[in-house]
Design a protein around this ligand. Structure first.
Ligand code: BTN
Length: 236
């Protein structure tokens, strides 16, 4: 694994795109100390002050596997936190929670390269960030590892744990079920009544399953609906 270290960047996902254009190898990892244009899902921003862990992993993969790769990345992040003695849960698709507060987020982007498809797995963890350094509106729903553990976290050790866990969690083609099975064990969304914002509008129902494609299965009044992409805005 080639780890590329940067100081201040716009976004490690954007650096990843440049590295791909320059001929990077799969499993190249970009880590930055701070991002000034950190990106969240659906065009949101991801506040990335110094002290946090911000990385992107470059993989070659089919675009159809992005949802399950995103789940695998959430799972790997949760497993790295479990190794610190914490009990994280995953809110579909891949918000990593401690209690009901978000400590890490994942943004997976698909890229069409010259000869192959790429998946950029961007992971942000609030490690040694202070809540005061985050925008006011985010503080209530967020937490940090330093707050949860009562001491500073070794970002380097966490990075290593996370990359080891991602290597293990990364599903071979045809082996996606192993990810969704383990994912379901620590998913806070299942069994709950939720509202999911999707590109096609708001869906409401009971979260009954997360399948091997990474889709959320929702029991709605009209029947079971498979949700490929969305944000849970209530419940979960
Ligand atoms: C979300 O929860 O909406 C996703 C947040 C993803 C943040 C990470 S930090 C590293 C990588 N670079 C980015 O610009 N975003 C991801």
């Amino acid at each position: 694994m080639n780890v590329v270290r940067r100081g201040v960047v716009d976004s490690t996902n954007e650096v990843a795109k440049t590295l791909i254009a320059e001929g990077a190898e799969p499993w190249t990892v970009v880590v930055a100390e701070k991002q000034v244009q950190g990106k969240g899902r659906f065009g949101r921003s991801w506040s990335s002050p110094r002290g946090g862990l911000y990385l992107s992993v470059l993989l070659q993969d089919e675009l159809s596997r992005l949802p399950i790769l995103a789940l695998a990345a959430g799972l790997a992040t949760a497993e790295a936190l479990e190794a610190l003695g914490l009990q994280p849960r995953l809110k579909w698709p891949n918000d990593v929670l401690l209690g009901d507060r978000k400590v890490a987020g994942i943004l997976v982007e698909g890229i069409v390269g010259a000869e192959t498809y790429w998946a950029i797995i961007g992971i942000g963890v609030n490690t040694n960030v202070t809540l005061e350094a985050l925008p006011e509106g985010l503080r209530e729903g967020a937490t940090t590892l330093r707050d949860a553990l009562g001491e500073k976290v070794d970002n380097e050790a966490l990075l290593k744990g996370l990359l080891d866990a991602l290597t293990t969690a990364h599903p071979a083609v045809g082996k996606e079920e192993a990810v969704s099975r383990r994912y379901r064990e620590i998913c806070s969304t299942l069994g709950r009544k939720v509202k999911v914002e999707t590109a096609d509008g708001m869906l409401e129902g009971k979260a009954v399953d997360v399948d091997a494609s990474g889709f959320l299965r929702l029991q709605t009044k009209e029947g079971v609906v498979e949700v490929a992409e969305g944000t849970i805005v209530e419940g979960g």
